[in-house]
Write a protein that binds this ligand. Structure first.
Ligand SMILES: C[S@@+](CC[C@H](N)C(=O)[O-])C[C@H]1O[C@@H](n2cnc3c(N)ncnc32)[C@H](O)[C@@H]1O
Length: 210
């Protein structure tokens, strides 16, 4: 059981690591906000996750943060809706702990987990969205080596469509992130129009399964 206090302490202890990663990883359009990625990474770290499978790479902002944060293997899948998979793969080829795969996560993720049943897996879903993100998670519940699921764009209709979980942490509901750490998003906020619908970011929810 992770408590809010434990999470906040983890963030205070790892603030320098967060800042170093922000220095290394340029923000990419359509990308996750830094604090959103760090919520998923911090929970994976506390749960001793040793493999991450991501669905939805696009320009690779979240993917690159994960590859910097951890030494272990990150598998990142994208169906290439924006026709940029090859450019993103080239940009990220310097990471030895990263495998990028083009395809549909509904088909690929179950096979990857079948082949890695000894791993302690964290799943991050940033495409598909909403109900389809929930369906992808529901299809994977049969695997008991998944410790957590992260969902990006957990706000508005997407939040309603993904639904709620028995045990979860949500960036928009964690006041310590906004009171103490929102400055970590400065690079992103510079790119957001002043009248943006979501001044606190699109939001991440991390469901904990164990
Ligand atoms: C918002 S973008 C991801 C942004 C990225 N996580 C970041 O932080 O930079 C969503 C991506 O999800 C991909 N996608 C949508 N449905 C998918 C599916 N079923 N399987 C794999 N990728 C999918 C799209 O091709 C698109 O590139």
């Amino acid at each position: 059981m992770i408590t809010k206090g434990q999470l906040e302490n983890y963030w205070i202890e790892n603030e320098q690591k967060f800042k170093d990663i922000i220095q290394n990883v340029p923000y990419q359009k359509k990308g996750i906000w830094y604090t959103e990625a760090f919520l998923f990474c911090s929970i994976c770290d506390i749960l001793k996750v040793d493999a991450i499978i991501e669905s939805g790479v696009a320009y690779g902002c979240s993917t690159e943060i994960f590859a910097n944060y951890f030494d272990f293997n990150i598998v990142a899948i994208d169906s290439d809706q924006y026709d940029i998979f090859s450019d993103t793969s080239k940009r990220l080829e310097k990471y030895n702990n990263l495998s990028l795969i083009k395809g549909n996560s509904f088909e690929l993720i179950p096979n990857i987990i079948e082949e890695n049943l000894d791993a302690n897996v964290g799943i991050f879903i940033d495409g598909p969205k909403g109900r389809e993100a929930r369906r992808l998670r529901d299809n994977l519940l049969k695997f008991n080596n998944i410790s957590c699921f992260g969902f990006h764009d957990y706000s508005g209709q997407n939040r309603t469509d993904i639904g709620t979980f028995e045990n979860s942490f949500i960036t928009h509901d964690l006041e310590f992130i906004y009171n103490k750490f929102n400055v970590l998003n400065d690079k992103v906020i510079e790119t957001v129009p002043k009248n943006a619908k979501r001044p606190l970011g699109p939001g991440v929810c991390v469901e904990i399964k164990i």
